[in-house]
Design a protein around this ligand. Structure first.
Ligand code: SF4
Length: 250
């Protein structure tokens, strides 16, 4: 069974919501994808001004901001690309949109794409995930960030291989790694320090714990039934009016 790291947190929170709640993409999601595409294009040789000009060209169609605010918002996305480039320019960048396809046991394969892989001063690999929201979670929460942890788990059972014109993560004996980052190019920051949050390198115990959670996710989404787990998240669930488990949490 294939597990995508980006779905692990939602499935642990409520498997039924993760399976059925397919809300329509929002303007923020489209613009987030646009920034990811721009970042990828720049890594392949497109210049920052060229990528910014493309953002300008489609921004008006994707944004749901009122007309009077569009120009200011557009500037924040253009600046985000510059700030990201400044940040990644200080790192040893070894891979963009790196495909991951790693079996953690006979039944479960972690499949996804890592926004960036970078290398630290000792040659250990670090995972980077670009977040396009304006708020960053507290550092403590990021230590338990499911998407980053699932990628760390995949790297712990993988190896780097050449594929096409870049790197990929395949089954292997484990990659020397030293943690993971969330990077927030759109969150306000001073001119030199972009906002980032680190997840420390997971210990063997923590990796084993995340392996159990990924197994839980596979189990929760493999059968004809899915468990409904009520909680505060029910307030934002489009299924809450029909879901008996949400009583008292609407
Ligand atoms: S209402 Fe709550 S329990 Fe029901 S599916 Fe949504 S999140 Fe899950």
């Amino acid at each position: 069974m294939k597990i995508n790291p980006s779905k692990v947190e939602a499935t642990l929170s409520c498997p039924l919501k993760a399976m059925l709640d397919k809300s329509a993409p929002t303007s923020a999601m489209y613009l987030g994808s646009l920034l990811h595409l721009a970042v990828e294009a720049v890594s392949k040789g497109v210049t920052v001004p060229e990528a910014q000009s493309e953002i300008r060209r489609v921004f008006g169609d994707l944004s749901d901001d009122p007309e009077w605010r569009k120009r200011t918002e557009e500037e924040t996305w253009l600046t985000a690309l510059e700030d990201w480039q400044r940040w990644i320019g200080t790192k040893k960048d070894i891979g963009t949109e790196v495909p991951v396809d790693v079996a953690i046991n006979d039944d479960i394969v972690i499949v996804g794409r890592i926004d960036r892989l970078i290398e630290d001063a000792d040659g250990a690999v670090q995972i980077v995930d670009i977040k396009t929201g304006k708020t960053a979670p507290p550092a403590k929460e990021v230590e338990e960030h499911a998407q980053l942890a699932t990628y760390q788990l995949a790297l712990s059972k993988g190896k780097l291989i050449e594929r096409g014109d870049g790197l990929a993560v395949d089954n292997g004996e484990g990659i020397e790694q030293s943690g993971a980052y969330l990077v927030f190019p759109r969150k306000s920051h001073n001119k030199t320090i972009i906002t980032s949050r680190e997840q420390s390198k997971l210990t063997e115990d923590k990796l084993a714990g995340w392996e159990r959670r990924v197994e839980q996710v596979a189990h929760a989404t493999s059968g004809p039934r899915a468990l409904a787990l009520a909680g505060d998240h029910c307030k934002f669930c489009t299924l809450s009016k029909a879901c008996p488990a949400a009583e008292g949490n609407r």
